[in-house]
Ligand binder design. Structure first.
Ligand code: FBP
Ligand code: MG
Ligand code: MG
Length: 336
């Protein structure tokens, strides 16, 4: 069924209706990916409720365990992890999950499930207890192995170019879900009193350039010559330094306003800090769909061959002209 101007749906369209209408654009679509996106939205609503009242009930602070990254897990990290895993398992579409909070992949038991999800259940953990925006980041792949068995290592370790969908939720002054299925990027704002996400930011295009740079300069003493030179360039241009310390929130601001977020390699983090499968790849897919760029400094993030579930990568992501400028400065690092 062809819709006049089939891709444009009015602001205020519910997420459910949007997903349904987009599915109609793909005659062979079976509805499984649509259902998976709904499962993620449901878990996001539940986690949003927990976050909003986290100061009132005893879910603030550390959980008392360390995750595979060696980080102290916050209680909300664990709660969000449980909520998303449960929604994905119960939804039936996902056979295997890669989660930041679990060392091993999670086999859901849905052996007929066609999808793999890599997820950062709660991003910006250091900001949980201080009422600063935090988020959730997800990346979706189709399995390459036949259904009927558990997801394999090959199913899980696909390059970012194979993502069929990716998105994030930002739990901020308002809660938004932003995602792509490879046909542009759309943002939905949550209306808690109705329990619905509504289309508020259709067809997001990130400005080709901007005057914002986001980087934690705390480790600048051990940045590469190229990174140091690019940061100096940003200052010479009188760009504004903005760093919230929650990747999703920093990325979202720059996506809408124009800018560049960087988490480079340093002595403290020789491979950078951010994880390829559930932080860099999904945001790189989104930024490219919105007209921006994402690089490790050596290559396009989406073309990095993954070899570990929790591997890290340096990342420079945002407005295309700023990332290209960064690449020019970083080239000196690759020459040496
Ligand atoms: O404190 P740093 O070194 O600047 O790191 C901040 C970065 O680490 C993160 O908190 C890592 O993500 P998690 O909170 O999901 O572990 C990013 O959200 C953020 O951009
Ligand atoms: Mg994170
Ligand atoms: Mg996290």
């Amino acid at each position: 069924m062809n819709h006049p101007d089939k891709l444009a749906l009015p602001v205020g369209t519910t997420l459910d209706r949007f997903i349904m209408r987009k599915q109609e654009d793909f005659p062979y679509a079976t509805g499984e990916l649509s259902q998976l996106l709904r499962d993620i939205a449901l878990a996001a609503k539940i986690v949003n409720r927990e976050i909003n009242r986290s100061g009132l009930i005893d879910i603030a602070g550390a959980y008392g365990n360390r995750n595979v990254q060696g980080e102290d897990q916050q209680k909300l990290d664990v709660i969000a992890n449980i909520r998303f895993i449960r929604a994905l398992r119960n939804g039936g579409e996902v056979c295997t999950i890669i989660s930041e909070e679990d060392e091993e992949v999670i086999q859901t038991g849905n052996v007929q499930g066609k999808y793999i999800v890599a997820i950062d259940p709660l991003d910006g953990s250091s900001n949980i207890d201080v009422n600063v925006s935090i988020g959730t980041i997800f990346s979706i792949y189709r399995r390459v192995s036949p259904t009927g068995g558990e997801g394999t290592r090959q199913d899980c370790l696909q390059t970012g170019t194979h993502q069929v969908a990716a998105g994030y939720v930002v739990y901020g002054s308002s809660t938004m879900l932003v995602y792509t299925t490879g046909n542009g990027v759309n943002g939905f704002t949550y209306e808690p009193s109705l329990g619905e996400f509504f289309l508020s930011h259709p067809n997001i295009q990130t400005p080709a350039t901007g005057a914002i740079y986001s980087i934690n300069e705390g480790a600048s003493a051990t940045f590469s010559a190229g990174t140091t030179a690019f940061v100096a360039y940003c200052k010479e241009q009188n760009y504004s330094a903005r760093y919230i310390g929650s990747l999703v929130a920093d990325f979202h601001r720059n996506l809408l306003k124009g800018g560049i977020y960087m988490y480079p390699a340093s002595a403290k983090a020789p491979q950078g800090k951010l994880r390829l499968m559930y932080e860099c790849n999904p945001l790189a897919f989104i930024v490219e769909q919105a007209g921006g760029k994402a690089t490790s400094g050596r290559c396009r993030i989406l073309e990095i061959e993954p070899h570990e579930m929790h591997q890290r990568s340096p990342v420079f992501i945002g407005s295309s002209e700023l990332v290209e400028k960064a690449e020019q400065f970083l080239a000196q690092d690759n020459a040496s």
